[in-house]
Ligand binder design. Structure first.
Ligand code: PMP
Length: 401
């Protein structure tokens, strides 16, 4: 059993030769603390067995651990465990809502309101739904500083709108949605609201009960947990009424060739052998983040954003995007330097940023840029990372001068 080292250490933050890696790509995926790595290692090793099937003690223990993970993850967002479905990630969670709830509830002429800053995974599933149901997609514009313009949303929403799907925190610009107001606007016209919490859940306190949303989705890997697992939280009455979207083992009550009946939610939406070790790692990550406190993480990342924006703003060639009060994410471009070239030069300095369209091509078109560079922070980021970023940008500017 691996228990000897610091549960809060992040082995991924070192380069291969043992130097500090200035990892500024946590919005893509977060590095993992030993607490999570050890939990997954144990789950795949001495504790390993299947869940929900075996009659032997190891499988019963594993089933308890898997269901405990569901409780841990639900607790992080203030939800009930029977309302939490494990999925492969946020992308699959949105596709689940689309293929189950939307197919059952939308008809030609119904409308879906998205925003200009959505990630492709909160656009494309709705385009597939548009093709199958005849629903229409509307796009809410952004404010000058790159936040979803809720005044515009208010003016656009009509009783024909059946769904609003917005990001809680933009993966490109870092703006934080006023979820309570968005929920009130959606419910005001009788629409349901899905919140893409992929970037939010690791950066700002989330309480689905207090926010009053209908669906909330996120991935474990941005929350210091494993890849291959994520969650859909849905209001119990909605989830209970939703038909299954994938069939197979575990999601049934009784199968005959004439007819099959379904298991209750959330099992109805978890066909097949689940990602057992990943779920357990997800639960440990959720508990670990709860222990650190999301208010404290948010304060830490907000201070880093302020420092980074200040330091980058002093460089004449740098153009900053998004609101000043961004949650852990800073997007920028440099006059005369393609973001990919910047990313390559920074890599030589042990600084990792993301450069590209960030799976938000409509937003790039709106900003009128092919790509941006993005530095994103996590609980383990600090001022030395920002200093290394600035040094790397200054070197890049000298190379391109
Ligand atoms: N939404 C947002 C805002 C994201 O940042 C991401 C990941 N970049 C996703 C959805 C999709 O998450 P995943 O790829 O883990 O399913």
């Amino acid at each position: 059993m691996l228990t000897s080292h610091d549960a809060d250490a992040f082995p991924g933050l070192l380069t291969r030769d043992g130097a500090r890696w200035h990892y500024l790509d946590s919005a893509a995926t977060a590095q993992k603390p030993n607490a999570v790595i050890d939990a997954v290692t144990r789950a795949l090793g001495p504790d390993y067995a299947t869940v929900h099937r075996g009659l032997y003690a190891r499988s019963a223990d594993m089933t308890m651990a898997y269901e405990a993970a569901r409780r841990q993850v639900a607790a992080l967002i203030g939800g009930a465990e029977h309302e939490l479905v494990f999925t492969r990630g946020a992308t699959e969670a949105i596709n689940l809502v689309a293929q189950s709830w939307a197919v059952a509830n939308l008809k030609p002429g119904d409308r879906i309101l998205l925003s200009m800053l959505e990630h492709h995974s909160n656009i494309v599933p709705w385009q597939l739904i548009r093709a199958t149901t005849g629903a229409v997609i509307d796009v809410c514009p952004l404010t000058q500083d790159g936040q979803i313009d809720l005044d515009a949303a208010q003016a656009m929403l009509t009783p024909a709108h059946k769904l609003v799907a917005f990001s809680h925190v933009s993966n490109v610009l870092g703006g934080v949605l006023d979820v309570a107001r968005a929920v009130a606007l959606a419910h005001g016209v009788g629409a349901k609201i899905l919140i893409d919490g992929c970037q939010a859940v690791a950066r700002v306190p989330v309480d689905v009960a207090a926010m009053g949303c209908d669906f909330y989705v996120f991935s474990a890997h941005k929350l210091y947990g494993p890849t291959g697992i994520g969650a859909l939280w849905a209001r119990g009455d909605l989830l209970d009424a939703m038909p299954p979207w994938q069939g197979g083992g575990s999601m049934i009550d009784r199968v005959t060739f004439a007819e099959t009946t379904w298991a209750p939610a959330p099992q109805r939406f978890e066909a097949g052998t689940p990602a057992i070790a990943e779920a357990i790692g997800f639960g440990v990550a959720a508990d670990w983040v709860r222990g650190k406190g999301l208010a404290a993480i948010h304060a830490h990342e907000s201070a880093l954003v302020a420092q980074a924006r200040e330091a980058l703003g002093r460089l004449n060639a740098v153009r900053l995007y998004g609101p000043a009060a961004s949650a852990g994410i800073v997007s920028f471009t440099i006059d005369g330097v393609h973001p990919h070239d910047l990313g390559t030069i920074l890599d030589e300095e042990n600084v990792a940023i993301r450069a590209g369209h960030h799976c938000a091509q409509p937003l790039m078109a709106h900003l009128n840029v092919p790509a941006t560079a993005r530095a994103s922070f996590a609980l383990y980021s600090d001022q030395t990372d920002i200093a290394a970023l600035v040094r790397g940008i200054e070197r890049t500017l000298r190379i391109f001068a």
